[in-house]
Design a protein around this ligand. Structure first.
Ligand SMILES: [Zn+2]
Length: 196
């Protein structure tokens, strides 16, 4: 069903909103600073910034994933903090993955196709995202622990649209809240554990 609140206009607005992209970059900088202040989880050593190149396809023109490295000789462990911009190894930004996947359940197939093509997402990629939300995500330990906070329970068959609706992501600050909610699964190590 096409709902007027969950149409493509706000979705497309979000996906072309430079101000929103800056807001998310700032949120990532805050998450990185928070992780840095905790120090190395293995040895307690100091962490320093060790960002790496990461340019998402389609949408935001970000260039770096913020990351940290332990400064302690003999440890030097990399700590990549949670992110509201990048989702594990996905080549598209997290908000693109969440919003376009939600639109599968909110728009007619031909409108989804236009949206997908405008962002250069191929059909198989979108199908993989759909499967990920409907199977991997809803069966993950992350979701099993988190789902209790949603009352009434969310419809799992329309994920992630039901999640987006619950967060009321038409608003910037609420979309940021959704991405912060998902942030714990975004560091590469957590992402890998989720997929397996
Ligand atoms: Zn260390």
């Amino acid at each position: 069903m096409v709902s007027k609140h969950f149409g493509e206009s706000w979705c497309q607005n979000h996906l072309a909103d430079q101000e929103l992209f800056q807001l998310l970059e700032k949120a990532d900088a805050d998450l990185t600073e928070e992780a840095r202040s905790k120090g190395c989880l293995l040895c307690g050593g100091k962490l320093h910034r060790s960002d790496y190149e990461r340019k998402p396809r389609g949408g935001p023109q970000w260039e770096l994933r913020f990351s940290l490295c332990c400064a302690q000789e003999g440890c030097r462990r990399r700590h990549t903090p949670p992110s509201v911009r990048f989702m594990g190894r996905r080549v598209y930004a997290g908000l693109v993955v969440a919003l376009v996947s939600a639109m599968i359940h909110g728009l007619k197939p031909e409108r989804v196709k236009l949206l997908r093509e405008a962002l250069g997402i191929d059909r198989r990629t979108l199908e993989r995202w759909r499967q990920w939300w409907l199977v991997t995500f809803v069966e993950s330990s992350f979701w099993r622990e988190a789902r209790a906070r949603f009352m009434p329970p969310l419809c799992l068959k329309t994920m992630p649209l039901s999640l987006c609706e619950s967060f009321e992501v038409q608003r910037h600050d609420r979309l940021l809240d959704l991405l912060k909610f998902l942030a714990p699964i975004t560091p590469p190590a957590a992402w890998k554990a989720l997929v397996m």
